[in-house]
Design a protein around this ligand. Structure first.
Ligand code: GLC
Length: 418
């Protein structure tokens, strides 16, 4: 374990640039990513609190005026990444993408604040961060749930963080690829194409992105206009938990309690309706095409992480989770292996992802001690045996995607040191 802790720190420090950290040190992701930075900050908090707070502050430097925090910040413009800064052509102060990612940062900050003594300077920094995160959450409520349903929408599969999940197959199949689309993928030159999304998926991602750009990323317009508009249970679970954690942080620092409190109550009642406890199934809503999405994705179980005040439902969900990967050597596959769209090696269509295991573990900790410990130990063992990679096969633990992957290293530190 000691050797792995050392290695994990080395991965983070090796990927660190000035004030922010790359998801990996190969050429796959040469920028700062939103939810990666949250996990990375948590990792740093075990050995350098200033690096942790700095990682978050740098991300928030790219926050848009309306409150949105982009999913990518392009600090270094000279890269082969596609779509790069010039293709997105947007950003406030720092060039960025025009979409966001799961807002898990607030929950990470709460964890960091709870386990560290802050000096005066750090406290001022944290207060500034909390205010900016509050703006970010208000942006979600205002622009991603304009009808105040209690659930927010994502407008691009990339916003979920689980880009090519089968969850998006129905809405993606309706996207007509733009005519004469010309672009060059960078990812398949760095990583085995068998592990990456298909070209047809990419054509559709780029089509959705181009449409958002054509609409000048106008937040008021795009909720209705976007080619993709989905209410995802995983994303909303993360947001609900983040809202609860934001409330605690606002109180702690005597800041004004925003509209968040009422919104939490509304989400609690609405999110539960995405779970059918008779059939033990989850749904996401494709609002654009008025269709229900039923895919057995591990991200549905993020509902446990949202800490619903409903013991009965939590228990049922945990029982269903216990059966999810019964036959697999490594947990948790991103999609249930008996599903027709499961692919052992392709990105978010089957492989095991450490951040998903970590979120599930957080959700289980206060509900089922024994099972949560099992999930934690299985994850730790896999990381110690296979190293810090982007994702792994649930069949044999084979590591895939990028190596020296920051969030796998960072979350390892949290699992073994918290
Ligand atoms: C991929 C993942 C996304 C992650 C990014 C950087 O796009 O799907 O979740 O944030 O890589 O690691």
């Amino acid at each position: 374990m000691k050797a792995s802790i050392k290695k994990a720190k080395k991965v983070l420090l090796g990927n660190r640039r000035s004030g922010y950290t790359l998801p990996t040190n190969n050429k796959l992701y040469p920028a700062q990513w939103n939810w990666d930075s949250a996990f990375i900050a948590l990792g740093y908090s075990y050995f350098n609190l200033n690096f942790a707070l700095g990682e978050i502050s740098t991300l928030l430097k790219g926050q848009w005026k309306d409150g949105m925090v982009p999913h990518i910040l392009f600090h270094n413009k000279n890269t082969n990444y596609y779509p790069n800064y010039s293709v997105w052509n947007c950003g406030n102060k720092i060039s960025s993408s025009g979409i966001t990612q799961p807002p898990i940062m607030t929950s990470v900050l709460k964890k960091i604040v709870e386990k560290n003594e802050l000096n005066k300077k750090q406290k001022l920094k944290v207060i500034k961060i909390v205010k900016n995160l509050n703006k970010y959450h208000e942006w979600f409520i205002k622009f991603r749930d304009p009808k105040k349903t209690g659930l927010v929408s994502i407008l691009h599969p990339w916003e979920s963080g689980y880009d090519n999940s089968p969850l998006w197959d129905i809405p993606m199949s309706k996207i007509k690829v733009e005519k004469d689309l010309k672009y060059k993928r960078g990812d398949v030159k760095v990583v085995n194409p068998e592990y990456r999304p298909l070209d047809i998926d990419y054509d559709r991602y780029v089509t959705i992105k181009n449409f958002l750009k054509k609409n000048k990323y106008n937040t008021k317009k795009i909720y209705k206009a976007s080619l993709f508009n989905v209410v995802d249970i995983g994303f909303n679970s993360i947001f609900l938990k983040a809202n609860k954690d934001l409330l605690v942080l606002l109180k702690k620092f005597n800041l004004n309690i925003s509209k968040i409190k009422n919104y939490i109550a509304l989400t609690e009642t609405k999110i539960i309706k995405l779970y059918n406890h008779k059939n033990n199934t989850f749904i996401c809503k494709d609002l654009k095409n008025k269709k229900k999405i039923r895919i057995p994705s591990i991200t549905n179980y993020f509902l446990l992480y949202a800490d619903l005040k409903n013991e009965l439902i939590n228990k049922k969900i945990i029982n269903s989770l216990k059966n999810y990967n019964k036959k697999e050597k490594y947990i948790f596959s991103s999609i249930k292996p008996n599903h027709k769209n499961f692919e052992e090696k392709r990105y978010w269509r089957g492989p095991v992802w450490i951040n998903c295991n970590w979120i599930i573990y957080q959700g289980l900790k206060n509900k089922d001690k024994l099972f949560s410990e099992y999930v934690k130990q299985k994850t730790i063992q896999m990381l110690e045996k296979k190293g810090f990679h982007e994702y792994y096969s649930c069949k044999n633990g084979k590591s895939m995607g990028a190596n020296n992957f920051s969030w796998s290293a960072a979350l390892y530190l949290d699992l073994v040191l918290s």
